[in-house]
Design a protein around this ligand. Structure first.
Ligand SMILES: [Zn+2]
Length: 369
């Protein structure tokens, strides 16, 4: 009775009865200025003092197998010259440039790069117009052959994040997915012409998880979220990959970004063992390698003949140097693009050379246009 009266008095006086503070990590959690900091604004400054190695140039001349003309801001032949300077400064001998287009769109831009045949290889897009009309496969193969004559030495990056590879978003059942049988003649023509295919399938697994307090990646990445959208699940998309690989065993498929499985290298191992024509690039997955450096180094060693270096991160010199630091040094607690800190893999020289260039030298089509 007396306690109830005290409680009412406390409420009337605007005072809550004394509460036991919530314990978290063994410490009492109390209200304070940090409570009003938004997640998107949180940028902790680290007090860790460790060596920070600046690697100006890669240890071996590099072939970057994943770049885009638009991401590298190439809008004229003049920009190509500027980009070459960055590549020289950082030790990149060659870049594979994905030009998103076929026909004249491809041919016009390809010329800018083919003026430097020792420095660039150009890859073309895939014809997807009128894919739901009769004769699509024949038209797509013809477009591919034209691109080949115009200098294309690979196809990519073909993207199927769940919406299909056609340009416009369509309802389920009306999309062109990578395992569509209409594409098999294209993939088989790629094998005949010895053109590797680079495919971006699904997306980082966190994209398929809800946005909210348990979302793995920061708000900066919510634009890529697919949770609740009318797209196949992550697992269904991986199953599509399996069907493409199995039906087209002679085609070299490079699934980029560690096939979006860099978070689970054991699962990726199973798939690599199952499909001998499954190849990978590490583009834009610095954070996957860097947050599990030991497992990543073991994985890269195990599949040392099937993984290639690529960036997909623009054309900045410091971007390249960040990669050299990650792959070549033993630096710790490296600030990454995400909040996740990264740790240097310190890859041994023979493995590094395969990743940087030897696999590309062996797998890509080096026939001069
Ligand atoms: Zn890309």
């Amino acid at each position: 009775m007396g306690r109830h009266i005290l409680y009412v008095i406390c409420l009337l006086g605007g005072l809550a009865p004394a509460q036991t503070p919530q314990m978290k990590y063994g410490v009492p959690v109390k209200a304070g200025p940090m409570d009003s900091v938004l997640l998107k604004d949180y940028e902790p400054e680290s007090s860790v003092v460790v060596p920070q190695t600046q690697v100006e140039k890669a240890r071996f001349p590099v072939i970057d197998v994943h770049t885009h003309d638009d991401m590298s801001e190439i809008k004229s032949p003049h920009d190509v010259v500027r980009w070459l300077k960055t590549l020289d400064d950082t030790g990149v001998a060659m870049a594979v440039v994905f030009i998103d287009g076929t026909g004249d769109t491809f041919a016009r831009k390809a010329k800018w790069f083919l003026a430097y045949p020792d420095r660039f290889q150009v890859w073309c897009g895939l014809e997807t117009r009128d894919f739901d009309k009769p004769g699509y496969s024949t038209r797509a193969v013809a477009a591919l052959e034209q691109c080949y004559r115009d200098g294309a030495r690979g196809v990519g990056e073909i993207s199927d994040k769940g919406w299909g590879i056609q340009d416009e978003k369509r309802p389920p059942g009306q999309r062109l997915h990578i395992d569509d049988p209409r594409l098999d003649p294209v993939w088989q023509k790629c094998a005949t012409l010895h053109l590797p295919v680079n495919i971006h399938l699904a997306d980082h697994p966190s994209c398929f998880r809800p946005l909210g307090p348990h979302q793995e990646r920061t708000p900066d990445f919510q634009v890529f979220n697919l949770y609740g959208k009318p797209v196949p699940s992550y697992e269904e998309l991986l199953a599509k990959r399996g069907r493409v690989l199995a039906r087209n065993p002679k085609t070299t498929f490079i699934f980029c970004h560690l096939s979006n499985q860099g978070n689970d290298l054991a699962a990726l191992r199973t798939d690599m063992d199952r499909y001998p024509n499954l190849y990978l690039d590490i583009a834009a997955r610095d954070y996957e390698l860097g947050r599990t450096p030991r497992a990543a180094a073991l994985f890269l060693a195990r599949y040392s003949d099937r993984v290639m270096f690529g960036t997909d991160m623009g054309a900045d010199a410091e971007m390249y140097r960040g990669w050299w630091r990650l792959l070549e040094t033993a630096d710790e607690y490296i600030r990454g693009r995400l909040w996740w800190r990264q740790y240097g893999l310190e890859l041994p020289a023979p493995l590094l050379e395969k990743l940087y260039r030897k696999n590309a030298q062996r797998l890509l089509n080096w026939q001069r246009p």
